[in-house]
Write a protein of this length. Structure first.
Length: 333
């Protein structure tokens, strides 16, 4: 079916509803185009998660424009050093190079000992590097102390080094002598021995003073400590009114005092000598019968009886059979 083209006047007379419809259609098409474009972007992004990232492009290396360090022109020398503090090493190097070596040595490191060195045709830098390598080692350091003087120990690197204060190194460079490692406090903590707990004990000396003086007893006790090189020696004090010997010191040393007193109990010689002396004095009183001799003679007889009883007790203690020892944990019926 053939239609004639519409004239300009006919186009102008197209109904308004038709033009609105065309405008709405154009708007819908634009919205669809936007939605389709967004979907393509999303799909492309999701697909990228399942693929490996393309290799990164390595940046082109640009030659550095920094200047190369100037070559060191150091004197070479031979050295035969017998060992000693750093100042002697510096003096030996200065003599070998016939040039003064500038080195700063801290006062705390002035007496550090450097090992013997014998080298030929070396520079100062080469020598100092070798000293640092040869002196490097690990030393234990106490980091904490627990009950019973238990120590937590870690190891710390230590070395001797000479560090230049500027580059490049020349014969006029100033060096610093540096010691790294444990301090004196660290070494003291490592060798420190825990001080044993002190005890205070009392010993009754009344019966021992019948035959011995306080000085004799305390001297015997202290002699044993000195022979054992006990330092410091426990303190001893005698209370005259109660005849108590008071001892303060480590338990191991104070526990030796009863051993001394037990041996005094076994000493029959002193008792026999005192008994003989009292009997002699009683005999002289009865012979002279001077003054109130009877009361004095009575006191002598009481003393003789007392000493005789002590002597018999000592002899019984020496001859008494020792109690049978049973192993710990065994039950006897």
């Amino acid at each position: 079916m053939h239609h004639e083209p519409m004239t300009r006047e006919e186009i102008l007379w197209v109904p308004v509803s038709t033009r609105v419809l065309q405008n709405e259609t154009s708007a819908i098409m634009r919205i669809l185009s936007l939605l389709l474009g967004f979907n393509f972007v999303v799909l492309g992004t999701m697909a990228g998660f399942g693929q490996l990232a393309p290799p990164a492009v390595r940046p082109t290396t640009v030659p550095s424009l920094a200047r190369e360090p100037a070559p060191e022109n150091l004197s070479r020398f031979d050295l035969d050093f017998s060992g000693g503090p750093p100042r002697l090493l510096v003096a030996a190097i200065s003599k070998a190079t016939d040039k003064h070596l500038n080195v700063i040595i801290p006062a705390l490191s002035a007496e550090v000992q450097i090992m013997p060195i014998k080298v030929e045709n070396v520079t100062v830098r080469d020598l100092f590097r070798a000293i640092q390598t040869a002196s490097a080692r690990e030393l234990p350091v106490v980091t904490a102390t627990g009950p019973g003087n238990q120590k937590a120990i870690q190891y710390k690197n230590t070395s001797l080094s000479f560090q230049p204060n500027s580059e490049p190194v020349t014969d006029e460079t100033i060096w610093s002598f540096i010691v790294t490692g444990p301090t004196e406090e660290d070494n003291a903590a490592l060798t420190e021995v825990a001080k044993p707990a002190e005890v205070c004990q009392y010993f009754q000396l009344a019966r021992y003073l019948e035959n011995h003086s306080v000085e004799d007893i305390t001297t015997a006790i202290q002699t044993g400590w000195k022979m054992l090189h006990v330092d410091p020696v426990p303190q001893l004090s005698f209370h005259k009114e109660t005849k108590l010997l008071i001892a303060v010191g480590p338990k191991d040393q104070v526990s030796m005092i009863p051993q001394v007193l037990e041996q005094l109990d076994l000493d029959a010689t002193a008792g026999l000598e005192k008994l003989a002396k009292l009997q002699e004095e009683l005999a002289q009183l009865e012979e002279k019968k001077a003054g109130d001799w009877q009361e004095e003679a009575k006191r002598k007889r009481e003393q003789i009886e007392y000493v005789a009883r002590l002597q018999r007790a000592r002899e019984a203690l020496q001859t008494a059979p020792k109690p049978k020892a049973f192993p710990r944990g065994n039950n006897t019926q």
